[in-house]
Design a protein. Structure first.
Length: 199
């Protein structure tokens, strides 16, 4: 079963390079990124964003949209998880934006230095300048720790099933979060000590 989400136009999505053909009709957008975004070797303080991982259901790049059928870019990865699964902050930072719209649904943007991590289709609700889900309450500007419970997987916004849409920007440019996860895994294999801030 494929669970996917729609794009998030209010987050200012844009590509910085043309789409490249990768064979078999697959297209992938390659953003123009500073080498610094992936040059650091220590990603040990990063946390995988869901507690109960069921699988990746949609990757970063061009795809056929499940609700419209047209091809369009997907600015993140979709991580399937049971409804109500705890969502954790990838890195320490501050809540930069609260989202409530028809695409992302209930969502959060957390800023960690030059990085912004985006979480969509959350349970709970966004109102009065705060996000609430069960015992979790986050307000704009509130600090969060790496690994802190920040939300629960829901069905808000444009989605065909429970999952977390997880996006990542570096200095305003979109990154493939799968590359972040690979860098985290590589760092764990190579280095014993965690860094104090995002690479």
């Amino acid at each position: 079963m494929l669970w996917v989400c729609s794009e998030m136009p209010r987050l200012g999505l844009r590509w910085h390079r043309p789409l490249l053909a990768l064979g078999a009709g697959l297209l992938l957008a390659v953003p123009s990124l500073p080498a610094y975004a992936f040059s650091r070797s220590s990603w040990l303080s990063g946390t995988f964003p869901v507690v109960s991982f069921a699988g990746f259901t949609s990757g970063f790049g061009m795809r056929s949209h499940p609700l419209g059928g047209d091809r369009r870019p997907h600015y993140g990865v979709d991580i399937a998880a049971p409804l109500g699964t705890e969502v954790r902050s990838w890195w320490s930072g501050r809540v930069r934006e609260l989202i409530r719209d028809g695409g992302c649904g209930n969502g959060l943007v957390i800023r960690s230095g030059d990085y912004e991590h985006i979480y969509c289709h959350l349970a709970g609700n966004v109102e009065g300048g705060a996000y609430r889900s069960g015992a979790i309450r986050l307000a704009l500007g509130q600090p969060v720790r790496s690994g802190q419970a920040i939300a629960h997987v829901g069905l808000s916004g444009s989605t065909t099933g429970p999952h977390l849409h997880w996006g990542m920007r570096f200095r305003g440019q979109w990154l493939d979060p799968a590359r972040i996860l690979r860098a985290m895994a590589d760092s764990r294999r190579r280095q014993p000590l965690a860094s104090a801030g995002p690479p």
